[in-house]
Design a protein around this ligand. Structure first.
Ligand code: ADP
Ligand code: ADP
Length: 226
């Protein structure tokens, strides 16, 4: 059985003004340790599917299983890295990371030490007592990565995490995040409209058609590109 199974998902948004079918007939699987991307233009349903997999949104139809269990029972097993870092602005980097551990009920001496040592490994040594606004965008995203990985999520969701960064920082972070997730053996899903980013980071790419609700093609990355 696959690590993540997305089965026959349909999703329709009903609002007062409109009815939008964002996803229809989506099925896909992701294996443990795989890095996959959802690639497609704006409005094609990528974020909707990510929210359904995260169980933040209940689909109109279909099921999502993580390790054979409905994903709604594994809410705390999913970590996020989003376009915005969502660090608490009035708390230091260290406090932000410890708070992440506390909120996910994983704060103890061992996880604390691991998180702080990971922070210096990732090039953030010496910024522990600083506030997020004292750091660059790339550093804040690295801190957000430490905060989420510290909670040992089974699955990591990356929703356009590099889109607010300048080009050079983005390339460096893509590489850093790829290597880190490989090292940790993490399963991850990247949502992006940037084909270069998808190619650079993924084992497989699910290409979403601009016609809402269609996953068009699934590309396996050739070995030589991995
Ligand atoms: P993407 O992440 O690929 O940009 P989304 O999943 O955000 O796509 O959106 C897919 C479609 O669903 C779009 O047509 C969008 O307008 C619509 N949509 C997204 N969220 C809502 C919502 N909360 N209410 C109504 N329609 C929505
Ligand atoms: P992330 O979503 O970036 O992985 P965490 O999982 O560490 O963040 O956050 C833990 C909890 O704290 C989540 O429930 C999240 O909604 C909440 N949270 C994190 N940052 C903020 C913020 N700046 N403002 C309000 N709530 C936040």
């Amino acid at each position: 059985m696959s690590f993540l199974q997305v089965q026959d998902i349909h999703h329709t948004y009903f609002t007062k003004a409109s009815v939008t079918t964002a996803l229809s007939d989506i099925s896909l699987t992701v294996e443990e340790g795989e890095f996959v991307s959802f690639l497609g233009p704006s409005g094609c349903g990528k974020t909707t599917l990510l929210s359904i997999i995260s169980s933040l949104l209940k689909p109109t139809q279909g099921t999502v299983l993580l390790e054979n269990k409905p994903v709604s029972t594994s809410k705390n097993e999913i970590g996020y890295m989003l376009q915005q870092d969502y660090l608490f602005p009035w708390k230091t980097i260290e406090e932000n990371i410890l708070l992440g551990l506390k909120l996910s009920k994983r704060l103890n001496e061992k996880t604390k030490l691991a998180a702080l040592s990971f922070l210096s490994q990732i090039g953030l040594k010496g910024v522990e007592k600083q506030l997020p606004k004292q750091l660059s965008g790339g550093m804040r995203q690295r801190a957000a990565l430490v905060r989420t990985l510290a909670t040992e999520p089974k699955l990591l969701m990356l929703d356009e995490p590099f889109s607010a960064l300048d080009y050079q920082t983005k390339l460096k972070l893509e590489d850093l995040v790829s290597r880190t997730l490989d090292e940790f053996g993490k399963t991850a899903i990247l949502v992006t409209h940037d084909i270069g980013e998808a190619i650079a980071m993924s084992d497989r790419i699910f290409l979403f058609s601009s016609k809402p609700g269609k996953v068009h093609k699934i590309f396996e990355m050739p070995e030589e590109l991995k």
